[in-house]
Structures are given as structure tokens and as C-alpha cells.
Design a protein around this ligand. Structure first.
Ligand code: PRP
Length: 180
């Protein structure tokens, strides 16, 4: 695969992340909020997002690493926990932060799993949403950008582990000779 055009540039991302942070700040003012990053893709987005949530919200961070059974482009919906949360979320307000929602299978599993732990509330914030790829309905309360079904990298998103460090979101396309 090769890196192609910029789909969302740094400036657009910054502006949208600030808006999301403002919305979250308003919704959770005076409350405590456990922000849960889903590794690894969400790390870059999360680190910018939490700095746009103001001090009226008592933010703590936790992380979960999951792996979905299936190949790289077809998630099965069965999720294996590689790293669980460090702390209990019982009675807490929880915000799950994802880089991208595609079929929705991973997120739907994660939300169900969190709810079993009896938090006060669970909401989701995703930078990117490929709405047209959805296989299961899942509520995303804070969405950065709805995007078409392109393979995208950058700003935390990878192809085979690469390109997470790029500051913008790019499209990647097959190189001549790549399998279709
Ligand atoms: C991505 C993304 C979601 C999932 C979305 O993770 O972060 O967790 O895929 O796909 P779905 O809606 O079809 O379930 P990925 O497995 O690429 O791991 P990564 O974050 O470590 O790159």
C-alpha cells in the first residue's frame, strides 16, 4: 500500500477536536469522568482530546487493548482482551475513545462489556466513523468526522503498524502488484 492524499488535515482535526472537547466539557461539568482509550489507534486522538476538556471535569485515564478475531479487514465481533482496565468503573461516568468505528462490532462488544461492570453511564467518542460499513447498531455520542469507506491511516491509525505518527489522516491505496 502507498500513502495517498490527505483526507483530513491537521488544522481541520485540531478544530474538530476542540469542538468535541467543548461539548464533553459542557456535558460533564462538575462531574468525574473516566476516559478510556482503546489501544493503540486511539492514543493520538485521546491525547489531544483530553487537553481540550476543561478543568471543571475531573478526568482520569485508563486504557484497554483488544484484538478482534478475524483478518485485518474483516472483524468477527468476538473480541479478546489483551490488556484490561487498571481500575474499576463501577458507579463512574465512562467515555470510550476510539479512533474509528467501522462495522461497529468491536465497539458494540466493548460497550456491552463496560455496562456489565455497572458504571453510572457509558458514552463513546470516535474520531472517524465509516457509517456506511456498519453491521451492528451502536450509539456514538461524539463523532469527529463521518468518512467514506476509504482505507485511512495517520493520527493514530495504521496500516500493518505503520503511519500512526502522521499528523493528518491520509488515504492509502494499493501499490501496483498488491493483491486486490
Ligand atoms: C480498529 C479501531 C476499532 C476497530 C473498529 O482497531 O480502533 O477498535 O478497528 O472496527 P469495527 O468497527 O469493524 O469493529 P484495530 O483492530 O485496527 O487496532 P489498533 O487500534 O491497534 O490499530
Amino acid at each position: 500500500m502507498i500513502l495517498s492524499e490527505v483526507l483530513i488535515d491537521e488544522k481541520e482535526i485540531r478544530k474538530r477536536v476542540e469542538e468535541l472537547g467543548k461539548g464533553i466539557s459542557a456535558d460533564y461539568a462538575g462531574k468525574d469522568l473516566v476516559v478510556i482509550g482503546i489501544l493503540k489507534g486511539a492514543v493520538v486522538f485521546l491525547s489531544d482530546l483530553v487537553r481540550c476538556i476543561d478543568r471543571d471535569v475531573g478526568v482520569t485515564l485508563d486504557f484497554m487493548a483488544v484484538s478482534s478475531y478475524g483478518d485485518s479487514t474483516n472483524t468477527s465481533g468476538i473480541v479478546r482482551i489483551i490488556k484490561d482496565l487498571d481500575c474499576s468503573i463501577r458507579g463512574k461516568h465512562v467515555l470510550i475513545v476510539e479512533d474509528i468505528v467501522d462495522t461497529g462490532l468491536t465497539l458494540s462488544y466493548l460497550v456491552k462489556m463496560m455496562l456489565e461492570r455497572e458504571p453510572e453511564s457509558v458514552r463513546v467518542c470516535a474520531l472517524l466513523d465509516k457509517v456506511e460499513r456498519r453491521k451492528v447498531e451502536v450509539a456514538v455520542q461524539y463523532t469527529g468526522f463521518v468518512i467514506p469507506d476509504y482505507f485511512v491511516v495517520g493520527y493514530g491509525l495504521d496500516y500493518s503498524g505503520r503511519w500512526r505518527n502522521l499528523p493528518s489522516v491520509h488515504v492509502v491505496v494499493p501499490e501496483r502488484g498488491d493483491e486486490a
